[in-house]
Design a protein. Structure first.
Lengths: 364, 152, 339
């Protein structure tokens, strides 16, 4: 047989969202993969130019619908940097707690869907969603929303943590730590998963740096870079954050990095809840005409669950002149042109699952 | 750092040799008389970042490709060329996000009109002025939109 | 003797004796076939309910709860829904083969169930080479699956059918070797003799390696997880069943569950002592053992991931075949009475 082209179309149970891959096969071996994206392009960068600053956090949340709170916080932090507003101290702790809880929820969803793609083991998918539900009810208790929380205001939050929050949080964190330990034990002692994840999609350190990947995909290839450690923000320095990275560069390393990140997040939330100061965490209410911006252009980086997100904003009066969003999944999807070459067709799905893309993040 | 647009390749090659091997983002801003292109590059060994920026004229802008230095520039250049209409010398940059769109204007330029503004909200400042003398004057006459009730 | 009983029953009720034995035989065959289909349908119904509720409980959710008291009428509702839909045949498909290959597979499985016994006096026919006949019929299945996949006219369906065929023919060899060793131990290939040879010790105790090999090869033959390539949702949608319309899909579900019934019966008769048991009547013991094996198959489905095709083939050829030969030698040793 010569080379055949198959189309893993936009509507498929395993591509996370609408992604079209045209795969050129030679028998069972992959020769070339062409991703076609753009099905979910909504023109967010142009849309924001016609609105005032605080009319847009809702748009930013819909960019990544798995971890919306992190994008919301990134955008509000950009505006705060442009307007020169400092974040109150207690609000920094509360924001950190919410961000780390969002990271746990996002990685749990990744774990469920990745195991479902690799081995069709629907049980782990269901259990991960049940655990994610616990984190989402914690966030609902704190912010009022389960999926989209427009909770960040300039200089603080919309509402502070309720008084009984830390008791519920400690109970939930103990339960989550036990469950994550069980998942790790179960998956790593199962030879079927191990042989589908080890030595698949190997990316060396130089390749990873040149391809510009971020997040756990980069840290799985031996690069010790994390925005929370190299360019720290809020109180990460006080809480002694450690970067988790692995050296092998295959799918198993990326999975390991995410599991370790979840454990690290649980530790960070516990410590932050111990040392959180009393005080006021409410930010400014939303006004159409707010303070004038102090900086002409500003750039803010954060560590989103999928990688490093960056926003570069040029201000003009009360609205942004240009907002340029660097979405981590965009550049993580580009490596699909290089990684699966030479593997079998069945190995494409573990590679796609381990890179953890969300298509709305790719297309913005 | 601000450079001249002809010196792009030699500047980037020099920085690549110095260890700035990671391309964070390649973006552009359309000031109406010029287009400013920015390259954000980073050195992962000592966590230093550098921004390389230069201006292009709005008529027939073109930049050389840096695909041999940074493989990440592949998709960034494609997106830049379709959104701003900047030609990339040295490769055929196909469209990425708007594959089947048949429009001619690059969307992210300021000259791209995408809808007529709604008559009633043409300028939000004028609208706020109109409702200035309302009964609710607790905040000094400015119009305040509260979304969700704060606890304090 | 049920078959003979049916013939005498028809003769006495209808009044004519040996006027035309062929007609009696034919009517008795039809009645017997109908009884077996009723039995299979009852088992499929119950097994479908067990599977949905048990898998749901493992997933920490309830299964169907609204239709009927505990969701018991769910299968009937699905059956009615599937047969009420339109049967769509793709334009590139070969009409005759597409329509008839799946019902023929269902008929073959039902036929194999007819030659198995259910009790000391409850059987249809007593074939001296019953085991061999059953497995020769099983070996027809790969060809029919290939025809069904090819007849869809779709590139993906025929690729998936080829993968299924590869799986099935690789795992038939360890299956036959283990059956040969069972036949050596019991000194015959007759089902009734095999069960009565287990009245002192069940074969699972005498030949545990054989039981494990037989079970693994059987799961591959039944195409259940972890070997279910056919249902690889995330890879080639539904395999060679992508293009079948709703009524034929109902028949393929019937085939799926009947295969599990057949597999559980075979495991029970060949290794678990059939209907031998202390106090309860024999058919109750058979029912209990078949249900236990079926529940184990369901739990295996919900807790194991799917293997890749080349690893499955490696398992079959590199590990199962040599171990099956070792098992055969062990059966020789046992049969000569040294141990």
């Amino acid at each position: 047989m010569g080379e055949t082209k198959i189309n893993i179309g936009p509507v498929h149970p395993s591509t996370h969202g609408v992604l079209r891959l045209v795969v050129t096969l030679d028998g069972d071996t992959i020769r070339k993969v062409e991703p076609h994206i753009g099905f979910l392009h909504r023109g967010v960068e142009k849309l924001v130019e016609t609105r005032m600053y605080m009319q847009s956090p809702s748009y930013m949340e819909k960019i990544d619908y798995v971890a919306p709170l992190s994008y919301d916080e990134l955008y509000v932090a950009t505006i705060e940097a442009a307007l020169g507003i400092a974040v109150k101290e207690r609000a920094q702790y509360v924001r950190l707690i919410q961000l780390e809880l969002q990271r746990i929820a996002s990685h749990l969803l990744w774990l469920g869907t990745a195991i479902n793609d690799i081995g069709q083991l629907f049980s782990v998918f269901m259990w991960c969603f049940k655990d994610r539900d616990i984190v989402l009810s914690l966030l609902e208790e704190a912010t009022g929303g389960r999926m989209f929380y427009v909770n960040q205001r300039l200089g603080g939050l919309n509402r502070d943590m309720a008084p009984g929050f830390d008791k519920h949080a400690y109970k939930a964190l103990d339960y989550l730590e036990k469950r994550i330990g069980e998942y790790q034990e179960y998956l790593e002692s199962n030879p079927i998963f191990m042989e589908r994840m080890k030595k698949i999609g190997v990316m060396s350190k130089e390749e990873a740096i040149s391809l510009g990947v971020t997040g756990p995909t980069l840290r799985g290839s031996g690069v010790e870079f994390d925005v929370r450690e190299n360019y720290p923000y809020y109180v990460y320095e006080k809480l002694n954050f450690n970067t988790q990275f692995e050296n092998s560069g295959d799918c198993f390393a990326r999975y390991r990095v995410r599991i370790n990140e979840m454990k690290e997040s649980i530790r960070l939330v516990r410590e932050a809840l111990h040392i959180i100061p009393e005080g006021d965490a409410i930010g400014m209410p939303i006004r159409l005409i707010g303070p004038q911006p102090k900086e002409k252009e500003v750039m803010v980086r954060r560590e989103l669950p999928r990688g490093e997100g960056m926003m570069y904003m040029v201000t003009e009066g009360q609205r942004p002149y240009r907002l340029s969003i660097r979405a981590p999944s965009f550049i993580n999807t580009a490596i699909l042109q290089h990684l699966p070459k030479g593997h079998r067709l069945q190995d494409l799905f573990p590679i796609l699952a381990s890179v953890d893309t969300v298509m709305a993040d790719v297309d913005r | 750092m601000k450079i001249n647009s002809e010196k792009l390749r030699e500047t980037l090659e020099k920085m690549h040799r110095e260890g700035y091997k990671y391309l964070v983002k390649l973006t552009a801003v359309d000031y109406t008389d010029r287009i400013e292109v920015l390259y954000f590059i980073r050195n992962l060994d000592n966590s230093k970042e550098e921004t390389v920026r230069f201006d292009l004229s709005t008529k027939n802008p073109h930049i050389p490709t840096v695909l041999d230095l940074y493989l990440a520039a592949d998709w960034y250049e494609r997106e830049l060329s379709e959104m701003f209409g900047i030609k990339i010398d040295g490769r055929n940059a196909k469209r990425l996000l708007l594959e089947k769109w048949d429009g001619k204007d690059p969307p992210m330029r300021k000259s791209f009109i995408w809808s007529k503004p709604y008559e009633g909200m043409k300028d939000a400042v004028k609208w706020a002025e109109k409702y200035k003398d309302d009964k609710d004057k607790k905040d000094g006459g400015q119009n305040v939109i509260r979304i969700g009730k704060p606890l304090k | 003797m049920i078959f003979q009983n049916i013939i005498t029953g028809i003769e006495t009720t209808l009044g004519f004796t040996t006027v035309n034995p062929i007609i009696n035989y034919a009517i008795a065959a039809l009645v017997f076939g109908a009884l077996i289909m009723v039995l299979i349908t009852i088992f499929d119904y119950i097994f479908g309910w067990i599977e949905r509720k048990l898998v749901a409980r493992i997933h920490l959710r309830h299964g169907p709860t609204k239709t009927g008291k505990y969701g018991l009428l769910q299968n009937a509702a699905d059956f009615i829904k599937l047969f009420a839909k339109e049967n769509i045949i793709p334009a590139r498909a070969n009409r005759l083969l597409f329509l008839f290959s799946l019902p023929i597979v269902a008929a073959i499985f039902a036929f194999i169930v007819e030659i198995l016994p259910y009790g000391a006096g409850i059987y249809g026919v007593d074939l001296t080479l019953g085991v061999l006949v059953a497995f020769v019929l099983i070996s027809f299945i790969p060809i029919l699956i290939f025809i069904a996949g090819w007849a869809s006219g779709n590139k993906f369906s025929s690729i998936s059918a080829q993968r299924s065929v590869l799986l099935l023919i690789s795992y038939e060899i360890p299956l036959f070797l283990v059956i040969a060793s069972v036949g050596i131990l019991a000194n015959s290939f007759d089902f009734l003799q095999i069960v009565s040879a287990q009245s002192s010790w069940w074969f699972i105790v005498l030949m545990p390696l054989g039981f494990v090999l037989f079970f693994i090869a059987l799961i591959a033959e039944l195409e259940r997880p972890p070997f279910d390539l056919r249902e690889a949702d995330s890879e080639l949608i539904a395999g060679w069943l992508t293009d079948v319309g709703a009524p034929l899909y109902a028949i393929s579900l019937f085939i799926d569950y009947t295969r599990v019934f057949l597999g559980s019966l075979l495991v029970t008769i060949l290794f678990l002592g059939g209907w031998n048991g202390p106090i309860l009547p024999p058919y109750v013991w058979l029912g209990i053992k078949v249900l236990l094996v079926a529940i184990f198959v369901v739990v295996l489905r919900a807790t194991t991931p799917r293997m890749r095709l080349d690893r499955i083939l490696r398992l079959g050829w590199v590990w199962l075949v040599p171990l099956a030969i070792v098992n055969l030698l062990w059966a020789f040793v046992l049969a000569t009475g040294i141990i």
